[in-house]
Write a protein that binds this ligand. Sequence first.
Ligand SMILES: *[C@@H]1O[C@H](CO)[C@@H](O)[C@H](O)[C@H]1NC(C)=O
Ligand SMILES: *[C@@H]1O[C@H](CO)[C@@H](O)[C@H](O)[C@H]1NC(C)=O
Ligand SMILES: *[C@@H]1O[C@H](CO)[C@@H](O)[C@H](O)[C@H]1NC(C)=O
Ligand SMILES: *[C@@H]1O[C@H](CO)[C@@H](O)[C@H](O)[C@H]1NC(C)=O
Ligand SMILES: *[C@@H]1O[C@H](CO)[C@@H](O)[C@H](O)[C@H]1NC(C)=O
Ligand SMILES: *[C@@H]1O[C@H](CO)[C@@H](O)[C@H](O)[C@H]1NC(C)=O
Ligand SMILES: *[C@@H]1O[C@H](CO)[C@@H](O)[C@H](O)[C@H]1NC(C)=O
Ligand SMILES: CC(=O)N[C@H]1CO[C@H](CO)[C@@H](O)[C@@H]1O
Length: 412
Amino acid sequence: MGYPSVSFFGLVASVVLLLQLALHTQLLQRKPGSNAELSTDIVNQYSDLEDTSPSSLTDTLSPAPSIASIDLFTRFKRFVNENESTLPKTSTPQSTFYNNEIGLENEITNASNNNPFSGVSSKYLVKNFYSGNFLLPNAQLCAGKHKNLKLVVLVPTAIGNFKQRDSVRKTWGSFSARQDVVIGFMAGNPKLSHINDSTLELFHQEIDLFRDIIIADLQDSYQNLTLKSLFMIEWASTFCSSARFFMKTDDDVFLNVPLVLKFISEIEEDDSRQPKIYGNVFSGHYPQRDAWFKHKVSYKIYPHNMSYPNFTSGPSYLVSAKVLRPLLKNAVNLPLFNLEDVFLTGFVASSLDIPRINVTQFRNERENPFNMSACKLIKTIAGMTDGSPTQIYYVWYNYLMGGFICKYLKPR
Ligand SMILES: *[C@@H]1O[C@H](CO)[C@@H](O)[C@H](O)[C@H]1NC(C)=O
Ligand SMILES: *[C@@H]1O[C@H](CO)[C@@H](O)[C@H](O)[C@H]1NC(C)=O
Ligand SMILES: *[C@@H]1O[C@H](CO)[C@@H](O)[C@H](O)[C@H]1NC(C)=O
Ligand SMILES: *[C@@H]1O[C@H](CO)[C@@H](O)[C@H](O)[C@H]1NC(C)=O
Ligand SMILES: *[C@@H]1O[C@H](CO)[C@@H](O)[C@H](O)[C@H]1NC(C)=O
Ligand SMILES: *[C@@H]1O[C@H](CO)[C@@H](O)[C@H](O)[C@H]1NC(C)=O
Ligand SMILES: *[C@@H]1O[C@H](CO)[C@@H](O)[C@H](O)[C@H]1NC(C)=O
Ligand SMILES: CC(=O)N[C@H]1CO[C@H](CO)[C@@H](O)[C@@H]1O
C-alpha cells in the first residue's frame, strides 16, 4: 500500500512525544546528585509558587471578606482573644511524658501475652489528654456537598506549612471541587505554636480565604499526632457523617483521588458487610527504644518487647466510615501511644477486630512517586515525597501527562 499516510493523531502524538522527550531530558538527566539544580528548574517552571509564600499572601488578599466568612473568622478570633488568659502560654514544649525511662522496664513486671499495655499506669490513658474540642469546627465543609458523599480526606498540617497546603490545593486537592469528595486540613491551636504575630495573621487570612482548615484544640507536635488523628476521625464522624470513607493523608503525599474513588467503587459493597481499613500494611514491627529515633516508644507506655499488631502506615490510609465512632470509643480507653498509625490502625483496630487490608497501590514509604514513571503513577493511590512542595508539583505534572501518554501512546 505504498506510503503510510500521516494521520492527524500520529502528528499530535509525535509532538507530545517530542515535548515529553525535551522535558525529560531537561529535567531528568541531571537527576542523580543534583537535586538542588533540579528543584530550581521546577520552581522556575512553576514561578507562581513563590507568589503564595506567606509574605506575599498578604498583598493579594482582599480586605473585604463575605458575611459568612466574617462570622467564621471573628468567632475564631473572639475565642482566642477571650480565652487568651486561660490558654497555656506559648513556651518550649515540656514533655516528660515521652522521655525514655531507662530502667523502668524492670519495674513493670506483669507482662501478659495478650495485653501489651499491661502494667501501664491509667494516668496515661488517651482520655486524660484528648479534649475533642474544635476551636474552628468549620462544620460547613461537608454540609454543602452531595448527599452521596464518598470520601472525606483530612490532612494533618502544621501552621507554618503554608507552601505544603498550597501545593496540595493546587494539585490533588483540586478534586475537592467534586460534590462527592471533601478535602480539609487539620491544624492545631495557633496560640500553642511557636509562631509570631505576622505568621498568625497570615494564617487567619488563609483560613478566611480557603475555608478548608479545621482547628483542633491541641498543641502541634510530632508526639501529638495521635491526638490529631483522633480529632480527625471525630470531625469526620460528626461533621461529615454521610461520607462513606475517611482518609488520612499527610501534606507531603501524592494522592490519586480518582483511583481512590475507583477503589472505593470496587470494595464498597463488600465493605458495607464488613468494614475495613485499607493501606500499606506493616507486619511484625517491634518498638524502637533509642532516644534519638523519631519513632521512639517509651517503656512507660509500652513496657514489653512485643511486636505491634498489623497496621497501615501513616502517610495515607483509608477507613470505612462505619468504624470511626467505634475507633474513637475504644481509643480513649487505651494508653496514649505516640505513633498514630500503629495506635489507631494497629492497637485500636485490633481491639475491634477490624481487618486491615494490604493494598499494593498504597506505596507510601516504599517508593517515592518522584521516581515513578507516569504510567506507574496513574496506577498508584498514594506515595510519599521528600516533603518539599516542589516534588508534589513535579509528580502531579507527571501524573497528568500519564493519563494521556499511557492511554494513547502505550509505552512499554
Ligand atoms: C502486678 O500484678 C499484681 C497482682 O495482680 C499487682 O498487685 C501489681 O500492682 C501489678 N503491678 C503493676 C506494675 O501493674
Ligand atoms: C515571623 O516568622 C516567619 C516564619 O518563621 C518569618 O519568616 C518572619 O520573618 C517572622 N516575622 C517577624 C516580624 O518576626
Ligand atoms: C499535646 O497537646 C496537649 C493539648 O494541647 C498539650 O497539653 C501537650 O503538651 C502536647 N504534648 C506535646 C508532646 O506536644
Ligand atoms: C503489603 O504489600 C506490599 C507490596 O505488595 C509488600 O511489600 C508488603 O510486604 C505487604 N505487607 C504485608 C504485611 O504483607
Ligand atoms: C525484641 O524482640 C525481638 C523479637 O523477638 C528481638 O529481635 C529484639 O532483639 C528484642 N529487643 C529487645 C530490646 O529485647
Ligand atoms: C498480619 O499480616 C501478616 C502478613 O500479611 C499475616 O500473615 C497475618 O495473618 C496478619 N496478622 C493478623 C493478626 O491479621
Ligand atoms: C528517589 O527520589 C529521591 C528524591 O526525593 C532520591 O533521594 C532517591 O535517591 C530516589 N531513589 C531512587 C531509587 O531513584
Ligand atoms: C468566644 C469563645 O468561644 N469563648 C470560649 C472560651 O472558652 C470557654 C470554655 O472553653 C467557652 O465556653 C467559650 O465559648
